[in-house]
Ligand binder design. Structure first.
Ligand code: ZN
Length: 399
């Protein structure tokens, strides 16, 4: 079997719910990995809520028209040159799923912020998603002004001005804005060109110790599979540094009930099939020897995969230097006080905890209900309750 290719980077699809992220991914990739029957047959599912796309450039054509997601140029039919393979990662825009978006943000190397031209900009969730990216230091973003087919020219121009002002308020004024009608495929070639020019593949250091963030996990077995034929639990995520070779021993921390997990990376795969070696960049799935009950329903989300004994010990006590986020919405939300109940996002892990002590001007100690693995200087997203929902309020730097 021909070995598959891992995507170089993860590009987040962010923005308010219903602003057209799914149809945009479909236009960019020609598919959406929401159906997993094919992967299930292979025994390894790629249920990461993502889709890979390969971008090509035709030497025969000029300008944006030379960019496409097909090897055979849609304009002239010539065979194009492969530029790059990328993963698009969906960030759910629903109110309750901000924690999922935040944990996904730590895997994004760049993002496409989708804004609907037929609604006022910014919508609350749009602001929050952009702030989440600023916490994870994601700088390469592209704004898609979607659904331009639904508004008049004047309304589109007014909406464009709102987007410009909003981006300036949050320090992203240099982000390109591409008008799109995703349903009709209008300007998709221009968007591909902009992605290639704006969202660069970062320099990864594969000589460092392995560190992989887990963002999903699942049981790939069909109900009723005989115990002897069961596939081991599958975890999915992205490698931040180092590399992972098929067959190697791995440690999963903080593990379950404060006990780290030792297992083996039996098989590695991307959406197109198996790979032998995974490197930093696009999302991968790792089949382990674990009981699939341990990995079903994203139970492993937030865990870190490394070589044995290479990660800091898990902890429930954090000392954080806290900074409020600039926001257009309720201003008091960014303040952190003793006894506050917080939701922290540490890498892809979510932790609930209380502020137990103020130990400096903006330094706080937080006691978490579950363990996290954190490194000194690591940034943590802090969410606070605001009425009936949790809102991104501040960020902390681990001391
Ligand atoms: Zn061509």
């Amino acid at each position: 079997m021909k070995e598959a290719t891992q995507a170089e980077i993860n590009i987040g699809m962010i923005g308010h719910v219903d602003h057209g992220k799914t149809s945009l991914v479909q236009a960019l990739t020609g598919k959406w990995a929401d159906t997993h029957s094919e992967e299930l047959k292979k025994g390894i599912s790629i249920r990461l809520g993502y889709a890979d796309a390969s971008f090509y450039r035709c030497e025969n054509c000029k300008g944006s028209e030379s960019y496409s997601n097909k090897e055979k140029c849609p304009n002239c039919g010539k065979k194009g040159t492969l530029l790059r393979k990328v993963s698009f990662v969906d960030a759910p825009g629903h109110e309750t799923l901000m924690a999922t978006m935040l944990s996904g943000a730590s895997l994004m190397h760049g993002a496409i912020l989708v804004i609907a031209a037929n609604e006022h900009c910014p919508q609350p969730r749009t602001v929050e998603h952009l702030m989440a990216l600023s916490i994870t230091d994601t700088k390469d973003i592209i704004v898609v002004q979607n659904k331009i087919d639904l508004v008049s020219k004047e309304a589109a121009e007014e909406n464009f001005k709102q987007i410009k002002g909003f981006l300036k308020d949050y320090g992203y004024e240099s982000a390109p804005i591409i008008p799109i009608a995703a349903h009709f495929g209008t300007n998709v070639d221009l968007l591909i060109e902009t992605i290639e020019k704006t969202i660069k593949t970062p320099k990864f250091d594969s000589s460092k110790e392995l560190k992989m963030y887990v963002v999903r996990s699942f049981d790939v077995n069909k109900p009723g599979t005989k115990p002897s034929e069961l596939n081991g639990g599958v975890i999915g995520g992205s490698i931040l540094q180092g590399e992972l070779i098929e067959g190697s021993e791995i440690e999963i921390t903080p593990g379950l009930e404060d006990k780290n997990i030792l297992t083996k990376a039996v098989a590695l795969s991307v959406s197109e099939g198996r790979i032998r070696k995974a490197k930093p960049g696009g999302l991968i799935a790792v089949q382990t020897l674990l009981d699939p009950n341990l990995t079903k329903s994203d139970l492993m989300r937030g865990q870190i995969v490394s070589k044995t004994g290479k990660m800091p010990a898990p902890t429930r006590q954090l000392r954080l230097e806290v900074y409020a986020l600039k926001r257009l919405l309720s201003k008091s939300l960014g303040e952190v006080k003793v006894n506050d109940l917080l939701v922290l996002t540490v890498g892809t892990m979510t932790g609930v905890g209380n502020v137990v002590k103020q130990s400096g001007k903006n330094e706080f100690e937080v006691a978490l209900k579950n363990s996290v693995v954190i490194e000194k200087g690591q940034k943590v997203a802090i969410s606070k309750r605001d009425g009936s929902s949790w809102r991104l309020a501040a960020y902390g730097i681990s001391k």
